[in-house]
Design a protein around this ligand. Structure first.
Ligand code: CTP
Length: 393
């Protein structure tokens, strides 16, 4: 059993550490928890103990703790040290090498990899001191699960909110990294594309990139090396994947081709089928006639290109189909037309799926069609990644 040493430092996000412990245990990890003094203001040792099923460590100079397991030993008994939430204070201590309590002493004494999931007020996160500290820690090899952007407990809005526990867990699993897909390279496309009309306008679609990003993260959590080629999205960069940011379909195709060879390709992007024939150099003006026409030309089909027989064809190519009617029929036809191995079909007709958090899919493989119950996109990603893992087993 792999074991993490989880350090819970202070901050309102500390309550999310409980959910992280629950998910980590469910994923089969042992969890030894250390609670800082500030952390204990937000979660109780008892609730952590109930979830880890183990003793919680809090004191540097505890006679009883030391007779059971000295702090040096504690820092070495785990496969990975995780700080979640990581306050501005503990990050500063780590950077400076301070060791004035149990958590900071463990972090200085450990010879294991360390992963931090920062959480703090947006101004603290954006303060040059914190930025410098994060930069230094990254340069030392500390893994950082970037915070989310959103409304904060303090009433402000911005980056600094603790990443969601499933995202932190994915980071932990990727760091422990001996999953089913170790040694495999996966290319994942995600998000919409923007097809420019003129310098200020473009054609786009409603894709949020949530499903594609979640798949990239889930594949990385199984140990795959992941290249995520993404159109413009408003999502935090997923942890532990190589992210290539593009805008247009043609840029996406070039980035995908440049990332080959790969064992797996998952085309979850909602690639614009069409682009304006020409991109106007100057902003288009109204001509007074009350109407205008855009000439469109077809974009390259990235999925079909990847699926075509070639020496660099990935062993498993997976496409997506967004349909609004006759799902099974259209999806089967699309799988045949594109030449991909699997096709994940979803019904996007008026159900709030495109851009939303949930998905209801039908998976088509050579063995037939498999309907999946409606679940969140994270769960779809994990189920798909597990299926891909099983395929390569
Ligand atoms: N796709 C792609 N490149 C394109 C268009 C689509 O890689 N230029 C991929 C998508 O990432 C997705 C799949 O193809 O995996 C489905 O694309 P979709 O646009 O839904 O299918 P179409 O072939 O365009 O069919 P239709 O518009 O008739 O539904």
């Amino acid at each position: 059993m792999k074991r993490i040493l989880l350090i819970v430092s202070g901050g309102i996000a500390a309550y999310k550490a409980l959910e992280l412990v629950r998910l980590a245990s469910k994923a089969g990890l042992g969890v030894t928890a250390v609670l800082t003094k500030a952390g204990a203001e937000f979660v109780t040792p008892l609730s952590l103990q109930a979830l880890t099923g183990e003793k919680i460590y809090q004191d540097l100079f505890s006679l009883t703790d030391d007779s059971e397991m000295g702090h040096i030993e504690l820092s070495r008994a785990a496969d990975l040290v995780v700080v979640a939430p990581a306050s501005a204070d503990i990050l500063a201590k780590m950077t400076a090498g301070l060791a004035d309590d149990l958590a900071s002493t463990l972090l200085l004494a450990t010879d294991k990899r360390v992963l931090v999931a920062p959480a703090m007020n947006v101004r603290m996160w954006q303060h040059p001191a914190t930025e410098t500290n994060i930069g230094t820690l990254k340069a030392r090899g500390v893994l950082v699960v970037e915070p989310d952007e959103g409304p904060m407990a303090c009433g402000e809005y911005g980056p600094g909110r603790l990443a969601e526990p499933p995202v932190i867990l994915a980071g932990i699993l990727a760091a422990l990294n001996d999953g089913l897909l170790k040694g495999k390279h996966a290319i994942v496309t995600s998000g919409p594309t923007h097809e420019p009309i003129d310098p200020v306008r473009y054609i786009a679609n409603r894709s949020s990139g949530k499903q594609g990003h979640a798949i990239a993260q889930a594949l990385a959590a199984l140990g795959a090396r992941v290249t995520l080629v993404s159109g413009p999205v408003a999502l935090p960069d997923p942890f532990g994947v190589e992210l290539v940011k593009v805008e247009t379909a043609r840029q996406m195709q070039a980035a995908v081709q440049a990332a080959l060879p790969a064992d797996i390709a998952v085309c979850a992007a909602a690639v614009g089928d069409w682009r304006p024939q020409t991109e106007a150099e100057q902003k288009l003006k109204k001509d007074g006639s009350g109407a205008t026409a855009l000439s469109l030309t077809e974009n390259p089909d990235i999925l079909a290109g990847l699926s075509a027989p070639s020496p660099t064809r990935p062993k498993l190519v997976i496409g997506f189909a967004a349909e609004t009617e006759r799902l099974a029929e259209h999806a089967a036809a699309k799988r045949a037309r594109k030449g991909c191995d699997w096709l994940v079909a979803n019904n996007v007709g008026g159900t709030g799926i495109m851009g939303g958090d949930e998905n209801e899919v039908l998976l088509l493989t050579a063995d037939g069609a498999e309907p999946w119950a409606r679940m969140n996109k994270q769960a779809v990603a994990e189920k798909l990644a597990a299926k891909i893992g099983a395929y390569f087993e």
